[in-house]
Ligand binder design. Structure first.
Ligand SMILES: Cc1cc2nc3c(=O)[nH]c(=O)nc-3n(C[C@H](O)[C@H](O)[C@H](O)COP(=O)(O)OP(=O)(O)OC[C@H]3O[C@@H](n4cnc5c(N)ncnc54)[C@H](O)[C@@H]3O)c2cc1C
Length: 232
């Protein structure tokens, strides 16, 4: 039995065979551009609901960049390793033999942690953007809906979110979304992102806003971000 990781295996086979990933093109570009050697090991369990996202993110990174390797390890079958490394929770991710992180992580979060210059570059990118007509701060269901409604009116719309998907990413079973009998949190979060991307919305993920500065003489409100960036 492969539990939740059966999907990861099938997806990895498809991607090795050249099947395109649904990951955003700029993230794929950033993965391809990573230099240095990265050897990841992920310890998972078959009942862990947060593990497939991490396993699939690292598998994709390994497919896209020849300098990245990934081994996914079922902890139940390698108890001696689990004990030697004193692993208490899954997923536990090791990079080049050292503990890298524990818990659910998206490709973008992994990239941000690997690429230490990325936050300064992000700040510069934010500063260089033209003013938005509507800037939504937050990318949960509410933020996604606000962005879609604004963009449908043809106005320049952006979403800046610390974690696009919001709390929906933290839950598996969703059974009370009227007309959808049952779905899963990460699936709903992906659908939200796909829907927002149907429109011309600039999604700026992993950006934590720190301050709102009300409009001055130029009539533009400003939002400052923890990485030093700013949007108008
Ligand atoms: C474990 C769990 C199970 C749940 N189960 C269900 C369920 O079965 N059914 C159901 O209907 N609801 C469920 N919920 C609740 C549901 O997830 C929330 O009601 C819903 O996500 C709220 O949407 P939202 O867009 O208002 O806020 P959130 O989903 O909280 O989104 C907030 C957004 O704002 C961002 N943000 C916050 N601060 C900043 C900042 N300073 N700068 C930039 N971005 C920021 C966050 O990163 C996120 O993108 C569950 C929640 C949890 C945690």
């Amino acid at each position: 039995p492969m539990g939740h990781e059966f999907t990861s295996l099938v997806l990895a086979l498809l991607q090795v065979g050249g099947h395109p990933s649904k990951t955003a093109p700029e993230v794929i570009e950033q993965i391809r551009a990573l230099d240095g050697d990265y050897s990841f090991e992920t310890y998972f369990s078959l009942s862990c609901q947060n593990c497939p996202d991490v396993v699939q993110a690292l598998n994709l990174m390994a497919v896209l960049n020849p300098n990245i390797k990934h081994v996914a390890i079922d902890g139940a079958l390698f108890q001696d390793e689990v004990e030697a490394r004193q692993i208490m929770s899954v997923p536990s991710i090791y990079l080049n033999g050292e503990l890298f992180t524990q818990g659910r992580m998206s490709e973008e979060e992994i990239l941000a942690k690997l690429d230490t210059g990325s936050s300064a570059r992000d700040a510069e990118k934010l500063k260089a953007k033209d003013a938005f007509d509507v800037l939504v701060v937050g990318g949960g269901p509410a933020g996604a809906a606000a962005a879609i409604y604004a963009a449908r009116k043809g106005i320049r719309t952006g979403v800046a979110a610390e974690r696009f998907g919001g709390q929906v990413l933290d839950t598996m079973a969703i059974e009370n979304f009227i007309s959808v009998k049952e779905t899963e949190g990460p699936k709903l979060a992906r659908a939200l992102e796909e829907h927002v991307r149907e429109y011309e919305v600039d999604i700026m993920n992993l950006q934590r806003a720190s301050q709102l500065i009300p409009a001055g003489e130029d009539g533009l409100h400003r939002v400052q971000f923890e990485n030093g960036g700013e949007l108008k």
